[in-house]
Design a protein around this ligand. Sequence first.
Ligand SMILES: [Zn+2]
Ligand SMILES: [Zn+2]
Length: 139
Amino acid sequence: MEREKTAAEKDRRDAQRALEADERKRLKEQEESEKIKRKEERVEKRLAREQEQKKNADEKRDRGKLANKKFTCGVCGMRGRVLDESKGIVWFECDEKVCGKWYHFECLHRSEQDYLRESMEEGESWYCKACKPWLYCEE
Ligand SMILES: [Zn+2]
Ligand SMILES: [Zn+2]
């Protein structure tokens, strides 16, 4: 009788221990999965950061490329760069694809300057007189 009780108690203890071991295993697995999740989040954040940096670098490079690109003024024939804007020389590009000419604002005809100002205010395209002369017909 006494042995049976002990055996029963042992079973109970074993069951309890198995239960605790299961619980520990569950906790550990949970901890592991949280660790993995945190790691994935870190990786994602880093990727997003790298992408952002790459985008910024691309934009900077594009700006630099444009700033250094050389233009010939469609009127005076002087060569220059958009970078010249820091020296007060402002360039404008005709929005007609086949034209692609650049102009000093100062070199443009008065009517072209007016139209350019207007189109910039309206956020519209601007075309030089050579491309679309009818836009400049005097009323
Ligand atoms: Zn010019
Ligand atoms: Zn043009």
